[in-house]
Design a protein around this ligand. Structure first.
Ligand code: COA
Length: 324
């Protein structure tokens, strides 16, 4: 397996972007809809508000294209430079795939485009997939987008799940570099035995059931498996936790981040957290956080960033890379 800096063509991470709907739903708003409180939600999850899609203007395709446009511009490229678009989403506008719509909106006419479904691990799995196409020499510029509109699939009467999720998109441009490889290590895992812990199941009536989730089991899974997979990708990169400048976990729950931070003894200031403003945006959460920290110039060129996604499947994965 090519999973180190030893391949022929390296991967660089050269531009990020993100987009969220304008509409904000606070915990106080939710308390008008279901039997909950701001205090309960904030203390159990760290979430205070989330952005919620407003009809077609905030479709997966539109949010993804907005984030993608910004990432392409930040990379100093034009849409025509993009060879491959990977859209990681579990909430496609079209069961046949949404990536083609994104390609059309962007005008990225040379690109081949496809969807990748891996729930909240989608951005990590997409990064690994994109890198394989680059490392084998097939594509030079890849646009990776994580975008989800989970609000469409939330049961807004179910206080155990509706408090958790938000909508948004984040994007990253990866570029081939014959001289340097900034993808330092990665690891992806699946365990179908836990598949029934988190689902949006086909209902049998040309639609899907709302999200169903066993919250406690998903919490236990994340706290157990995420550190393992981060350690594995750090080992592959020949790095230790102390080399990591920024840890970006999937933004599902502040308690999960805190547990991982404690487990590694890492400085909490290095653990990126913005879920208070966005909730769990699934495949979009890591790239939205990455973009926010890049724009704030906290993440700087050559910083070591470790990311980890986890969620339905069950699936989980981590990647360690050097920014820029
Ligand atoms: N407001 C108020 N009370 C609520 C509530 C809400 N929004 N949601 C659940 N409760 C109640 C429950 O009904 C239960 O009451 P009971 O004891 O009278 O039956 C009590 O709070 C405890 O419920 P429980 O499900 O045990 O809470 P928890 O401490 O496990 O917290 C989660 C629930 C969902 C916050 C937590 O399990 C979690 O974060 N899990 C991970 C979920 C996740 O990240 N999923 C996405 C992964 S990609």
């Amino acid at each position: 397996m090519i999973n180190s800096a030893s391949s022929l063509v390296g991967v660089r991470f050269i531009g990020s972007g993100s987009a969220v709907p304008d509409r904000v739903l606070t915990n106080h708003d939710l308390a008008q809809m279901v039997d909950t409180t701001d205090e309960w939600i904030a203390s159990r999850t760290g979430i205070r508000e989330r952005h919620i899609a407003d009809g077609d203007a905030d479709s997966v395709a539109n949010l993804a294209a907005k984030a993608g446009q910004k990432a392409i511009a930040a990379a100093g490229l034009a849409p025509a430079d993009i060879d491959l678009i990977i859209l990681s989403t579990s909430t496609s506008d079209d069961l046949f795939g949404t990536a083609g719509r994104v390609q059309k909106i962007l005008g990225a006419e040379r690109a081949v485009a496809f969807d990748l479904v891996a729930a909240c691990s989608g951005f990590v799995f997409g990064m690994v997939t994109a890198s394989q196409y680059i490392r084998t020499g097939l594509y030079r510029n890849v646009l990776l987008i994580g975008a989800d509109v989970l609000s469409r699939w939330v049961d807004w009467q179910d206080r155990r799940t509706c408090i958790l999720f938000g909508d948004g998109a984040g994007a990253l441009v990866l570029q081939a570099d014959p001289a340097q490889d900034h993808l330092l290590g990665f690891e992806m895992r699946s365990d179908g035995k836990g598949n029934d812990l988190l689902n949006i199941n086909y209902s049998g009536r040309s639609t899907f059931e709302p999200i169903s989730m066993n919250g406690q089991e998903v919490y236990r899974f994340a706290v157990r498996r995420v550190p393992e997979v981060i350690e594995k990708s750090l080992n592959i990169a020949n790095l230790t936790v102390s080399d990591v400048d920024w840890l970006i976990l999937h933004q599902a729950n502040q308690r999960i981040i805190d547990a991982v931070v404690n487990r590694f003894g890492i400085d909490p200031a290095k653990a990126v957290s913005n879920m208070g403003k966005y909730g769990n945006t699934s495949a979009a959460s890591i790239p939205i956080a990455l973009d926010e920290w890049v724009k704030a110039e906290k993440i700087a060129p050559n910083h070591i960033v470790a990311i980890a996604g986890f969620g339905a499947g069950l699936s989980w994965g981590s990647a360690v890379f050097r920014w820029g």
